[in-house]
Ligand binder design. Structure first.
Ligand code: HEC
Ligand code: HEC
Ligand code: HEC
Ligand code: HEC
Length: 471
C-alpha cells in the first residue's frame, strides 16, 4: 500500500476548515503516540465527538452485512461486544467486583458505571475539556465506540470523506487525531491499551481477585472474535502471519511498559508491589501435588515472570528476520535480562526493575518498527513464501516443551496463525487444543499435562515434515 507523503494535497479541503491548516503544519500537542513512541499519552488535545456523529445512514450507519463500506456502525451496534462494554458495568458481577475492590460497606454503594477506573476501559469518558460541544459529544452508554479506536474526531470529522483526505499519509492523518489503524503496530498497540493495560489503566491482581477476568490478549484471536467492519486493504496474503508476529511484539511491549509504570508508581508508594499479576498465576494457585508440573524455569518454589506475553519471543526473534524491513535478527538481550531479574529476584529493587523494563520496552519498540516497515514494504508485493512460513512454523514446533499452560496456549495460537487450515493439520491441531481445555467445572488448567501436550506437538511436527514443500 502506498500513500502520498504528508499534507501537500489537502489544500482546498483544509482552507474550508479554518483551524485545520494550522494544525496541519505542526503536530498536535500530546499527539497520540505513533507506533514507535511510548504508550503513556492518553489523549490528543482534540475533542471527542461521540458515536452519534458517525451514525448518519449516508455515513457509517447504513444497513448491510459486516465489512461493507458505510455499514460500520451497524456492525458495531449489532454484533460487536465493544458496544456493550458500558452495559456490563450494571451487572451484578460488576457490582460485586467493585464492592470487593473498593472495600465498600455494602453492594448498594457500588456504582461501577460511575467509577473512572472501570470507565477508562469500558467506555469513552474523556476529561471535560476534551468533550465536544453538544450535540457532538461522547455518551458513556456508547461503550467502546468509534473514537476509542480511531481517535478523537474534532479535526477530521468534516473532512475525512473528501478525496484529498483519502490521499493522505497515515502519519499526516495522525496529526489531526486520527489513529493509523491500518498500521498493525499502532492498531494492536491501541487494542493493548485496554486489553493489556497501560499506566493508570490496568487490571492488576487486586482487581482480578475482586472478580475481574484476567486479561490475556493475543491479537489474532481477538481480531477473529471481533466482527470486522472493514476489509483489510493494506496487506497481502501473508496478513495473518504478520499480524501474529506484530501482535506478539506489540503486546509484549505494552506489558513491559505497564510493568515499568507499575514499578514507577510503586516507588512513589502508589501501587502494590510485587504486582502478582505479573507472575504465573499457577506459581501460587495450583494443586500442591509432588508430581505436579514444575514451573516454566524448572525450579520448584520459584515465581515465573510473564508467562503469557513473552514466552515465544526469543524463538520468534531468531526466526523473524524475513518479516522485518532490515532483514536483521532483532536483539532480545534486554528482555532476557528483565526476565532473569524478575524470575530470579522477585524482590529486586524497584529502580532496577524500572530501568530494565524501560530498556526492554525500547528494544521491543525498535523490533516492532522493523516488523511494521517490513509488512508495509513487502506484504503486497513480495508476500512471504510458503517455505518461509513453514520455517517459522518449524521453529515454533522445535522449541522444548512448555511446562506452563500459558506458554502452551500461546504456542497453539502461533501454530493456528502459521499452519494453513488443511486436513493433515486439522486433527493434530484439534487434539492439541484438547490438551489445553479446562476440565469441566474448573476455571483453571489444573489438569494440564506438559507431557501429553509435548506428545501432540511431536505428532504435529511429523505432519509438517511429511507435508512436502507446500506447507
Ligand atoms: C485495563 C482495562 C480495564 C479496566 C480498568 C477494567 N476492565 Fe473490565 N474488562 C476489560 C476487558 C479488555 C474485558 C474483556 C476481557 C476479555 O474477554 O478478554 C473486560 C471484561 C469485564 C467483564 C466481563 C464482561 C463479559 O462480557 O463477560 C466485567 C463484568 C468487567 N470487565 C467489569 C469491570 C469493572 C466493574 C471494572 C472496574 C472495577 C473494570 N471492568 C475495569 C478491561 C478493563
Ligand atoms: C475496537 C476498535 C474499533 C472500534 C470500536 C471501531 N473501529 Fe473502525 N476499525 C477498526 C480497525 C482495527 C479497522 C481496520 C483498519 C483500517 O482499515 O483502518 C477499522 C476500520 C474502519 C473503517 C474502514 C477504514 C478504511 O479505510 O477502509 C471504517 C470506515 C471504520 N472503521 C469506522 C468505524 C466506525 C464508524 C466505528 C463506530 C461505530 C468504528 N469504526 C469502531 C477498529 C475499530
Ligand atoms: C477502550 C478500550 C478498548 C479498546 C481500545 C479495545 N477494546 Fe476490545 N474490549 C474492551 C472491553 C471493555 C471489552 C469487554 C466488553 C464486554 O464483554 O462487554 C472488550 C471486548 C473485546 C472482545 C470480545 C472478547 C470476548 O470475551 O468475547 C474482542 C474480540 C475485542 N475486545 C477485540 C479488540 C480488538 C481487536 C481491539 C483493537 C482493534 C480492541 N478490542 C480494542 C475494551 C477495548
Ligand atoms: C505470588 C503468589 C500469587 C500469584 C503469582 C498470583 N496470585 Fe492470586 N492470590 C494470591 C493470594 C495470596 C491470594 C489471596 C488468598 C486467596 O484468596 O486464596 C490470591 C487471590 C486470588 C483470587 C481470589 C481468590 C478467592 O477465592 O477469592 C483470584 C481470582 C486470583 N488470586 C487470581 C490470580 C490470577 C488470575 C493470577 C495470575 C494473573 C494470580 N492470581 C497470581 C497469590 C497469588
Amino acid at each position: 500500500m502506498r500513500w502520498k507523503p504528508a499534507l501537500l494535497p489537502l489544500g482546498a479541503a483544509l482552507a474550508a476548515v479554518p483551524f485545520l491548516s494550522s494544525v496541519a503544519s505542526e503536530p498536535i500537542q500530546n499527539a497520540h503516540r505513533s507506533a514507535s513512541t511510548d504508550q503513556s499519552q492518553r489523549w490528543v488535545s482534540a475533542k471527542f465527538q461521540g458515536v452519534s456523529s458517525c451514525a448518519a445512514a449516508s455515513c457509517h450507519g447504513g444497513v448491510g452485512p459486516p465489512g461493507v463500506d458505510g455499514c460500520e456502525l451497524t456492525t458495531w451496534a449489532v454484533a460487536d461486544k465493544h458496544a456493550n462494554a458500558y452495559r456490563v458495568l450494571f451487572s451484578e458481577r460488576s457490582q460485586v467486583m467493585l464492592w470487593n475492590y473498593r472495600h465498600l460497606d455494602s453492594i448498594a454503594q457500588a456504582r461501577p458505571h460511575r467509577d473512572t477506573e472501570c470507565l477508562n476501559c469500558h467506555s469513552l469518558a474523556p476529561p471535560a475539556e476534551l468533550r465536544g460541544n453538544a450535540p457532538r459529544q461522547p455518551q458513556l452508554a456508547d461503550g467502546v465506540g468509534c473514537e476509542n479506536c480511531h481517535g478523537p474526531a474534532e479535526h477530521w470529522l468534516t473532512v475525512h470523506y473528501l478525496n484529498d483526505w483519502k490521499q493522505l499519509d497515515p502519519r499526516a492523518k495522525e496529526r489531526y487525531g486520527m489513529l493509523p489503524t491500518k498500521d498493525l503496530a499502532a492498531r494492536i498497540s491501541q487494542c493493548a491499551t485496554c486489553h493489556v493495560g497501560r499506566e493508570g489503566q490496568e487490571v492488576n491482581h487486586d482487581l482480578i481477585a475482586a472478580g475481574h477476568p484476567r486479561l490475556r490478549f493475543e491479537y489474532t484471536v481477538y481480531q477473529r472474535n471481533m466482527p470486522p467492519h472493514w476489509r483489510e486493504k493494506a496487506y497481502g496474503p501473508d496478513f495473518e502471519v504478520r499480524a501474529w508476529a506484530i501482535g506478539q511484539v506489540a503486546s509484549a511491549r505494552a506489558a513491559v511498559e505497564l510493568l515499568r509504570s507499575r514499578a514507577e508508581r510503586a516507588l512513589k508508594d502508589r501501587a502494590p508491589w510485587p504486582e502478582l499479576s505479573e507472575y504465573s498465576c499457577y506459581s501460587c494457585h495450583h494443586n500442591l501435588r509432588p508430581q505436579g508440573p514444575r514451573p516454566a524455569n524448572g525450579r520448584p518454589g520459584s515465581l515465573v515472570w510473564s508467562t503469557w506475553y513473552t514466552p515465544l519471543l526469543e524463538s520468534l526473534a531468531a526466526a523473524s528476520a524475513p518479516l522485518t524491513a532490515s532483514g536483521q535478527v532483532p536483539s532480545t538481550a534486554a528482555l532476557k535480562e528483565l526476565r532473569k531479574l524478575l524470575t530470579d529476584h522477585p524482590g529486586a529493587g524497584l529502580t532496577e526493575v524500572r530501568t530494565k523494563a524501560q530498556a526492554a520496552a525500547r528494544e521491543l519498540g525498535s523490533w516492532l518498527d522493523d516488523l511494521q516497515e517490513g509488512a508495509y514494504r513487502d506484504s503486497f508485493t513480495k508476500p512471504l513464501a510458503a517455505s518461509r512460513v513453514k520455517e517459522l512454523a518449524r521453529t515454533m514446533l522445535a522449541t522444548p516443551a512448555d511446562r506452563e499452560w500459558d506458554g502452551a496456549t500461546q504456542r497453539y495460537l502461533a501454530l493456528k496463525a502459521l499452519l494453513p487450515d488443511r486436513r493433515d493439520f486439522r486433527d493434530p491441531m484439534l487434539r492439541l487444543r484438547g490438551e489445553l481445555r479446562f476440565a469441566p467445572g474448573y476455571d483453571s488448567p489444573h489438569s494440564f499435562s506438559p507431557a501429553a501436550y509435548a506428545d501432540e506437538l511431536r505428532q504435529l511436527r511429523e505432519a509438517l515434515e511429511s507435508s512436502g514443500e507446500r506447507p
